[in-house]
Design a protein around this ligand. Structure first.
Ligand SMILES: Cc1cc2nc3c(=O)[nH]c(=O)nc-3n(C[C@H](O)[C@H](O)[C@H](O)COP(=O)(O)O)c2cc1C
Length: 167
């Protein structure tokens, strides 16, 4: 498939079937995150894969109720962190983590696995890190829900390119 089609057709999905993605699929998705570019090639991303129901249920209390269900019902929840011990420039490291996350979303999409990048939850990232018993160098950047889609895929919507050009 053309890369632009892949990018355009990826959607945030919030309803998942109960089936668990295969470990090989999850590994492929993480592998694509690992191959993101980063300043000085410092690779500041770290990953935690959560499948355990009790732990996923617990995550839900750190976000708004309307987002909690997506996290609780996703077969897999991926936590993407920045390792501040490996950070050399915060702005650039944040951009690298964004590139890593986009690789993850796109590779999941081409593997037939739906995702939703859950950002609201990081408003409580300190409490969440305590709940997950993370070392203090690990800063939570995103929570990504993953699973096989149980939604009809909707058309995406973006501003026209002409409206994005600086004059
Ligand atoms: C940084 C970031 C934070 C987001 N946070 C949430 C969130 O907390 N809950 C949610 O349901 N979707 C969240 N999303 C998904 C966006 O709502 C979605 O990407 C946007 O509406 C465009 O839709 P699409 O991904 O289907 O193209 C987030 C996306 C990004 C990039």
């Amino acid at each position: 498939m053309d890369i632009l089609d892949i990018i355009r057709k990826r959607r945030s999905i919030r309803e998942y079937k109960k089936d668990m993605p295969k470990d090989t699929e999850i590994e492929k998705i993480l592998e694509s995150g690992r191959w993101a570019p980063s300043g000085l090639n410092n690779q500041p991303w770290r990953f935690l894969v959560i499948k355990e129901k009790g732990k996923k249920d617990g995550l839900g209390k750190f976000t708004k109720p309307e987002y909690a269900d997506t996290i609780r019902n996703a077969p897999v929840v991926l936590i993407v962190c920045m390792d501040n011990a490996d950070s050399y420039n915060r702005d650039k490291d944040l951009m690298a983590i964004g590139a890593c996350i986009e690789n993850i979303l796109l590779t999941a999409h081409t593997t037939g696995i739906a995702t939703c990048w859950m950002g609201e939850i990081i408003n409580q990232k300190e409490k969440l890190a305590k709940y997950l018993k993370f070392d203090e160098d690990l800063e939570i950047m995103a929570v990504i829900a993953l699973g096989y889609s149980d939604e009809d895929i909707a058309e995406g919507c973006r501003k026209p390119l002409s409206g994005l050009m600086i004059e």
